[in-house]
Design a protein around this ligand. Sequence first.
Ligand SMILES: CC(C)(COP(=O)(O)OP(=O)(O)OC[C@H]1O[C@@H](n2cnc3c(N)ncnc32)[C@H](O)[C@@H]1OP(=O)(O)O)[C@@H](O)C(=O)NCCC(=O)NCCS
Length: 351
Amino acid sequence: MTATLNQLTPNKHARILSVGAFRPSNLVTNDDLVEAIDSSDEWIRQRTGIITRQRADAETSVLDMAEGAAREALANAGIEASQLGAVIVSTVTFPFATPSAAAALSGRIGASPAPAFDISAACAGYCYGVAQADALVRSGMAEYVLVVGVEKLSDFIDSTERTISFLLGDGAGAVVIGKSEVPGISPSVWGSEGEKWDTISMTNSLLDLRTLALAAEANPGEKAIAAEGTEKLWPTLRQDGPSVFRWAVWEMAKVAKKALDDAGITSDDLAAFLPHQANMRIIDEMVKQLKIPETVVVARDIAESGNTSAASIPLAMHRVLKENPELSGKLALQIGFGAGLVFGAQVVVLP
Ligand SMILES: CC(C)(COP(=O)(O)OP(=O)(O)OC[C@H]1O[C@@H](n2cnc3c(N)ncnc32)[C@H](O)[C@@H]1OP(=O)(O)O)[C@@H](O)C(=O)NCCC(=O)NCCS
């Protein structure tokens, strides 16, 4: 007879135990950026709601920011890094495809030998991480999971590019997720729309690099040109703004509504709404479509932080709780969406 395999003892529920943040200190105003893109402070404020964004200096890396946010989240959870059962880092701006940012972070904070891996899901990366952490804790695979959303988008900006560069900021937010007596994270609504893959993207320079390399091989005299070209081929972000805007307003409101339905609540039950900080007009439109009551605190961190992609929701949560500590233990709807296109949403009990 075949032996019966051991199984893990599942935990019934999971919740966010704590949140931490790292905000870089350089404040970049609209006036600092407008000349290169033929824009104005007024245009950016009206169309996006952004007044400033925080950006990291050359010495501050993705890992430095991730570590800052992670250490605060661990301290607030009252646990040691050695107790972590997994380290998840959501980012699209760690400059190495391998090894992962999560493995490096795990080493820095003393979480080894916890499993560590990165998630590439852009502005939905944090919600993807929460979905994974929730499943890992409830399945019994981990007692505590660290989820970090971190970006140094300023490394991937072409300052003369006017579709996205002026929106972007840097930063990191982190949460510790652990088991709970009562449900603390609703079923995640997450997905992708790969047909829209090129709507927001980093310019793919690999093809051009190969062309240049082949040209240089065929004619050694062209090597200098190849080297010069290579320098210019560092990938930078761009997007079809109006398409993303429409998708965010119409399709993401449906995803948010499904997250509420799957959680078994209505917007009247919420204490806070933590949408991805992409554009103040998108936030306002979602509030309208979801009929979010005026009593609900709506995160508007974008005004001072810009769009920080994977870091935007945990940074927004950190600010909302700092300004409204009485919301601790109450319900918040969070939704992330972006390049892929991908999306993720869940209702959570605030730490
Ligand atoms: C990028 C975004 C702010 C642009 O705003 P918009 O209202 O859609 O602007 P449009 O691209 O339709 O352009 C409207 C006008 O402003 C101009 N314009 C575009 N970008 C500009 C800029 N940066 N500064 C000044 N003018 C600009 C256009 O030339 C156009 O002028 P015209 O009417 O004379 O032709 C907006 O589309 C957006 O926020 N999209 C979603 C972004 C997002 O969330 N991205 C990340 C995903 S997570």
